[in-house]
Each structure stands twice: as C-alpha cells, then as structure tokens.
Design a protein around this ligand. Structure first.
Ligand code: MIC
Ligand code: SF4
Length: 651
C-alpha cells in the first residue's frame, strides 16, 4: 500500500514493528532518534532524567539549548544553566550556550536530519519538519523518557495534505502561507493531525521558509507539520557542510490522505493575525493605517538569515519612524555572524533598530513589553493576551516584510505599496559558528563530572495513587481555547523560577482569577480543586509546569469539552485526570464554586466502565469520557508517570 511521508516515517520508527499501519487514534510507540530541550522546560526535564538513573542518553543525538531565560536578573537562571550544562557534560548531550541562538533555528542549521524523529520540550519543535523530519513538541518528562531510550507514545495521527501550487508573489512570504492555513482551519483545526505539504509549490520554497510554516503549524494544535526532503533540502544541508545527512524523503506515488487543503501560493496576499489569537487573520490591506508603537522581528518563526537579509535590504538607507521602537533578534550566532560579515548588520543599525541577543527575548515576554495600550507588530507565532508582558497591548503577528514596512512608515502598511520588493541572494556556504557549542565528556571522563544543583531548584511536587473517589470544588470555570500562558504565565518576572514550583504557584491562572492559588488552598478541605474548561483546553506551549503547578495546588481533575494534545499528555503524566464532557451542554450546568464528585473512579478506569461527574449543588450527574489508552490508565492509577515508573524526582 503506498504511504504518505508521515506514515512512512512512523512505520520506520514503531518500537515494535507492526503488520498493519495503526489506525488514527490508536496509541503508537515511537522510537526517537533525536531530542532537544530549552532551559525554561529543561531544568525539570533533566531533574526527571536524573531521577531515572540513566548514565548516558541513549538517543542518536540530544541537545540542551539555553535560549529562553537569558536575562539573568538574579542568580536563578545562571544556576539553572549551570545545572543543565553539568548534566549535559556528564550524560552525553551537546550543550548550546546562552547566546548561541534559539533552539529550533540552531537545530535546523546544525543538527536536523531528514527522515529522523525528533521530540523537544518545546511546542515549536515541528520547525524540524522543514527539513523532512517528524519533529514533535512534548512535555519534559516524555523527553526525559526518550533520552533514556524509551518510546514516545502518541495517538496515531490523521494526515492532512496541504497541496501547494503556484509561487509567492513579491512582498508575500512563508508567514502568509501559515497565516492563511490558520485563517481557514483555526487554532484547533490541526488537533490529532499531521499537516503534510505536497505539490509543485513546495519546490518554490527554501528550507527556512518551509520551517516558518511547520514552526507555526503548532498554532493549529497539530501533532506536527512536514515537508518532503528534496534537492532544495540537499543544497541547504550542503551549505551547512552536512550534505552527508541528506536523504530524499517523500510520499509514495499514489499515497492517500485523510483530507486535503489546496493553497495557490500565487493568490496569497500579506496577512496579519489580530489580537489576541493566531487564527484571527485578516489581509493587511484591511487594517492599513493603524498607528504602530513597536515592531519586533525575530523568534523561532522568522529569524533565519533569509528573513534578516530581507529586513536589512528594506531598511537600507532609510530611518525607523520616530514613533516606533524596532527590535531585531537574529535566530542564531550563525545568522548574526553572517549579517555582520556581509554588512547587512550595518544597514540595520544605521536605520535605528535595536539589536537584541540571539534568543527568544520579547516572544516570551523576556523584555520589550510594549507600553500601555500599544500596538505591537511582531514576526512571532503567538499573540495571546498578556504574553508580551503588557495586558492591554494589541499584538499583531505578521511577516518580516509587513513588520519592517510598519517600522518605516509608523502605521500598518501593505508592503506592496512600497515599490519593488528586495532582492537578496543566499550564500552557497554558511559560516558555521559552532563556537558556543560544548561537547560532552567521554564515558570514561564522565564519572568525574559533578551535577551542580543551585538553591533555586526546589523539590518536585509529589503525586499519589488515584484514590477510589475524588471530590473537590470547581474553583475555576474557564471558556474555550484556554492557553498554557493562562494556566502558567511566563515573562520576565516569573520565567526565572521554572525550577521552583512553589513560587510559580502564586501566578497560576492569575489573568482569570487573581486569587486562584488561595481558592485552591481553601478547596483542600473539601478534597481539592476541579477545573472546568471549554474546547481546546491547554493549547499553546508544551510547558509541563501548566500541569505540575496545578498538581502542587491540589487540582485533581480538569473537565473540559476538549483538550490540546501536549497538555492532555502532561496532565496524565502529572496524575491529574483529564475528563471530557460526553455532552457538551453539561458544561453550562456547572457553576464556578460548585462541589463536584467522581465516585468509584478507580474501578471505572480499571474496568473501563462508564464514569459520571456528580454536582452536589444540583444533584445532577454528567457522563464523562475517559478515552485513555491502557498505558495512560496505568499511569493515572499510579498517580503519574514518575510513580508509574517507580521514580522519585525530588532533589
Ligand atoms: C512558548 O513559546 O510558549 C515557549 C515558552 O517556548 C513554550 C515552552 C515553555 O513554556 O517553556 C513552548 O512553546 O512550548
Ligand atoms: Fe522561543 Fe518564542 Fe519560539 Fe517559544 S515561540 S521557542 S518563546 S522564540
């Protein structure tokens, strides 16, 4: 039977070879070739890995990046970096030092290999799909298991074909392709699916352009996105002195898909995602003229050399509008170095841009929060309310071309009104710039390397086996599309404490309920907390803190209309029950503050029998769905993945 590319890579990586391809929704166990972590999720992942007691990583390649927490306003981040650096040295990982760049950009340049599997403790790991990898975001604990040689378990995805024809017109870019997909499919349109790009339009896109598209496929809720690996991929790898890593990867002739979306690249126009959701997409021409206060160019979506050279070419000989603060963060040291060497950096500086470090920076609220009520145009991938650090700022997600046009005119501008589009040429060979990579100790030297824990690393929240019955208070009733930024915000004030769950807990759900943590404390006497949510609960980042912090606060179950994939897995790993309403209308019958109960929950899970949620106030019983795999059931019964594997991750 002819297979599509997604099915081919999955079939080649099943832990136990199967006689037939698994059906969509069936749990699959994947062999993982490569892993990556970043520092904001990495500290937990390496604490968990250490708890597993493995002497060395068992993957073909594992890389620990430092790119999120690089402000170092106190000792906390520096200590966490040192911890990760020492684990990497001892356990056989490559360590990418702060300043080397954003994990996804560096991984694409230096490590990604077509046809391989990659999981990363960051939701934008699908960037690797631009090279023809099956690259997925995961919780830190799942990455730790994969580093130890264990399988990564996910439901077998459906595969959506995105068939590209035509070619992008001047001033229209790869960002507009993914914004168009988001406009059509919404932030939950990709749940349970891999988006596979095919068609003659593929050959018109470079690897960094493909990576922009697969990167922001995360905003569709997709398991991942993937492009074939072809001659363009080969040329990219050759320029990185990695041609030996190239293989052709493509769907078999006659392969079938679960569904197809047609996109004519020639018909696309410059687009923008308006506040506060990545799928709130409109043509730039419709919002042109709106005054702009800030423009930020960078992030793992748009920080390649190609993007930066375009920006520099548009800025050349011009001045940034006096109302606008323009920041530019090159994605990697390689990009930064090449901008400097070729003179483009001088154009950027002369125009009046503020050049920032090669890191996530403003994308995760680490500096550059806009002023009150400001309009900020960003080339990033998420514009959730408050993520920039300013609750009432309006963040618009756009391409580098649209961003720089606004930086020059001071208002939202359709770049097609600016005359000829810039013409840039990419070098045949890249300046490699690996001087901020550190390689691990040999197995013989590793014994002498000490793992260095800092005082900011606090004990891991403990979970216990699932009791016979659960009772609790519906402390929070949330709406649709709740993001992990709502559950566990990031930003400069909080991010340094990613290894300190007790500290973080004060900020849980702050945006929806200032006193959420205190309310959970009061609910303890009544058994604990239940959270009620709408559709696509937990979309966005892969941060397992959005499960570990609720666990610490006594959350027992989340009952929602539907869940985002990575967050659901993180809840299960933490031992918190994710329950789905069998009838969505039951959501309306629960009020915040109601007392809820699940009786005989252990028995229901063990025997796979029906489970109902009782509302003590009304006496009503709502059927809930527990669509867990046998492995997930066993994890929940044990109280989480660590107790399930009989491990204690406390330091
Ligand atoms: C994000 O873009 O939200 C992050 C910060 O990169 C997260 C990871 C984290 O919370 O540390 C992600 O996307 O997974
Ligand atoms: Fe970093 Fe932003 Fe990319 Fe997340 S989305 S990895 S914060 S650049």
């Amino acid at each position: 039977m002819p297979l599509n590319l997604t099915q081919k890579i999955i079939a080649a990586h099943l832990y136990t070879p199967a006689v037939r391809l698994p059906l969509p929704g069936e749990e699959i166990q994947l062999r993982i070739d490569q892993t990556l972590t970043q520092d904001a999720t990495g500290t937990m992942a390496y604490l968990e890995f250490e708890a597993m007691g493995a002497a060395r990583v068992k993957t073909e390649l594992s890389v620990a990046y430092i790119d999120h927490n690089t402000l170092q306003t106190g000792f906390e981040n520096a200590d966490d970096h040192r911890f990760i650096q020492s684990v990497a040295k001892k356990r056989g990982l490559i360590f990418s030092r702060p300043g080397n760049g954003i994990c996804h950009q560096v991984h694409l340049e230096r490590f990604g290999i077509p046809g391989k599997t990659l999981i990363g403790s960051d939701s934008h790991t699908p960037t690797g799909g631009g090279l023809g990898m099956l690259a997925m975001g995961a919780g830190g604990l799942d990455v730790a298991v994969a580093m130890g040689g264990g399988a990564y378990c996910i439901p077998m995805p459906k595969v959506t074909q995105i068939h590209l024809t035509g070619a992008l017109q001047p001033w229209v870019s790869a960002k507009d392709v993914i914004l168009e997909v988001l406009r059509r499919l919404s932030v939950k349109g990709g749940v349970g699916r891999v988006m596979e790009y095919t068609g003659p339009g593929v050959a018109t896109l470079s690897v960094p352009e493909r990576a922009t598209i697969t990167n922001m496929g995360a905003e569709l809720g997709a398991t991942t996105s993937i492009f074939p690996s072809d001659d363009i991929t080969r040329a990219f790898l050759k320029a990185q002195e990695r041609e030996k890593d190239w293989t052709a990867q493509a769907a078999d002739a006659g392969a079938t898909y679960d569904d197809t979306l047609e996109i004519d690249l020639s018909a696309l126009v410059p687009l923008a995602a308006l506040p506060h959701m990545p799928d709130n997409v409109k043509p730039v021409a419709e919002i042109a003229g709106l005054p702009v206060d800030q423009v930020c160019i960078g992030s793992c979506t748009n920080s390649s050399l190609q993007d930066m050279l375009k920006v520099a070419a548009i800025l050349r000989g011009k001045k940034v509008h006096p109302r606008v603060s323009l920041t530019i963060s090159p994605g990697s040291m390689q990009v930064f170095g090449m901008l400097a060497e070729g003179g483009a950096l001088a154009d950027i500086i002369a125009a009046g841009a503020r050049v920032l470090e090669c890191a996530c920076g403003p994308c995760i609220g680490m500096g550059q929060s806009p002023s009150s009520g400001a309009v900020s145009l960003r080339t990033f991938n998420r514009n959730f309310e408050g993520r920039s650090g300013t609750a009432d700022a309006g963040v618009y997600l756009v391409s580098p071309e649209v961003a720089v046009a606004a930086a020059l005119t001071g208002v939202i501008t359709d770049p097609r009104t600016l005359g000829d589009a810039p013409h840039i040429t990419l070098p045949d060979a890249f300046r490699l710039g690996d001087n901020l990579l550190e390689f691990p100790a040999t197995p013989e030297e590793a014994d002498a390397v000490e793992v260095l824990y800092g005082p900011n690393i606090k004990p891991f929240p403990a979970s216990s086996a699932l009791p016979e019955s659960l009772t609790g208070v519906a402390v929070l009733k949330a709406g649709d599309n709740i993001t992990t930024d709502h559950i566990m915000p990031a930003g400069a004030k909080i991010l340094p404490y990613r290894s300190n769950i007790p500290f973080l807990s004060q900020f849980c759900f702050r945006q929806l309920d200032e006193d959420f943590a205190a309310h959970c404390e009061s609910a303890r006497a009544l058994g604990g907390t239940f959270i009620v949510g709408g559709t696509n609960y937990g979309q966005g980042s892969s941060r397992e803190h959005a499960a570990l912090v609720p666990l610490y606060l006594g959350v027992k179950a989340v009952v929602a209309k539907s869940f985002a994939r990575i967050h659901k897995a993180n809840l299960i790993n933490a031992g918190i029950l994710p329950l789905t309403f069998a009838q969505e209308s039951d959501y309306d019958k629960i009020q915040q503050g109601d007392q809820l109960a699940l009786t005989s929950v252990r028995a229901a899970l063990t025997d796979d029998t029906a489970l109902t949620l009782t509302n003590t106030r009304t006496g009503e019983a709502y059927p809930v769905v527990t669509d867990y795999t046998p492995r997930q059931t066993a994890i929940l019964l044990a109280g989480g993945l660590l107790p399930y594997t009989n491990l204690d991750a406390r330091v």
